[in-house]
Design a protein around this ligand. Sequence first.
Ligand SMILES: Cc1cc2nc3c(=O)[nH]c(=O)nc-3n(C[C@H](O)[C@H](O)[C@H](O)COP(=O)(O)OP(=O)(O)OC[C@H]3O[C@@H](n4cnc5c(N)ncnc54)[C@H](O)[C@@H]3O)c2cc1C
Length: 399
Amino acid sequence: MPQEVEVVVVGGGPAGLTAALAMAAAGVETALVAAKPRPDNRTTALHRASIAALTTLGAWARCRDAAAALRTMRIIDDTSRLIRAPEVTFHAADIGHDAFGFNVENRRLVAALEARAADCPAFTRIEDTAAVVDLGESGATVSLAGGGEVQARLAVAADGRNSVLRKATGIEIDRRSYPQTALALNFRHTRPHENISTEFHTESGPFTLVPLPGLRSGLVCVVDPDTAATLSRLDDAALAREIERRSHSILGKVTVEPERGVFPLERATARAFAAQRVALVGETAHVMPPIGAQGLNLGLRDAAMISELVVAAHRAGADVGSEDLLRRYDEARRADIASRTLAVDLLNLSLLTDFLPVQGLRGFGLYMLGQVAPLRRALMREGIAPSAGTPRLMRGEAL
Ligand SMILES: Cc1cc2nc3c(=O)[nH]c(=O)nc-3n(C[C@H](O)[C@H](O)[C@H](O)COP(=O)(O)OP(=O)(O)OC[C@H]3O[C@@H](n4cnc5c(N)ncnc54)[C@H](O)[C@@H]3O)c2cc1C
């Protein structure tokens, strides 16, 4: 007999888990189809609105001790080009906040979401993967790789970049790959980071140091694929020396922690964010380079928005996977996803280009940001929360 629920979420990354938790916590019968979490050594800089959502859902308290406040962000032009931008520093205090957000280890965030979801009577976890998805008029049926089926009015596709569910809907995706790879790891250092996140802009991409609690930081080093391969093969001592060199020793002596993640950079955007009883969230809907800490913050807004619509429909006794609901979800997410994707793309391409006028424009833009305080404040506000269409959870309101 197939298992019947109101909503099935496929994919147990942070976006899928947040959607499943938000719906189950509000009493919507929700099944999460997810394999055991893969080791993920990345950290995520979560903006204030994401923290508000996680707090409202009761998950933040379970990982707060693994997170460091981000109070200052600094951009340093580390290129050797003719036109170099001046250093720009953004202080959260300038827009009346104690911090822009918090940087947390992904594995701790996922563990916190899982533990909180397990407390909800309406939540069921199915430790398996989706093999085939059948989309009908009145619902979706997910066939599990280990046998058995789950039927639901709505399927939330959170199964990542190569989503099985997205393929089943026929939604196309626009992809672009970059000649860049991100090496991600965490490290210890001898000088305090003082809750400052530093982004060195280099000709191959950003080299970003993001604080973790104590004398620890996360590193995202974007370089060309050959350099990434060379760096990732270095032994710990040689890699530590290289990080110290590239960071101009601002954090003192470096000791790298064991795991290293390698992520080829790409941009991918689905042409629609919902169709035929399926709503796409997180990297199933959009992938972008890890610049400006936008990817998962955007994914959490997807999760918050679909949950808001589903909970309202559930309380009204309506169909939680109706065409009208999916159309509203698609419309609600368009502007936010398009604007973030474009901004990250332009910033990345402006770093890679050898075209002098574009370098000049980028330098001028950063110069203006450094000089004109209202412009800097407007960018800071928009960077951490979109001005339009913020889901309720992001405003700290329970569903
Ligand atoms: C180096 C790096 C640094 C980053 N830093 C930041 C940052 O500071 N701030 C920020 O906002 N974003 C950041 N991002 C982006 C962020 O990491 C991603 O947006 C986020 O991890 C995506 O989460 P997700 O839940 O959408 O997808 P994933 O984490 O990829 O989860 C998808 C899940 O689906 C599962 N799955 C796949 N297929 C199936 C199936 N058939 N059945 C069941 N399950 C399936 C997978 O096993 C996986 O668990 C960074 C990205 C990189 C590469």
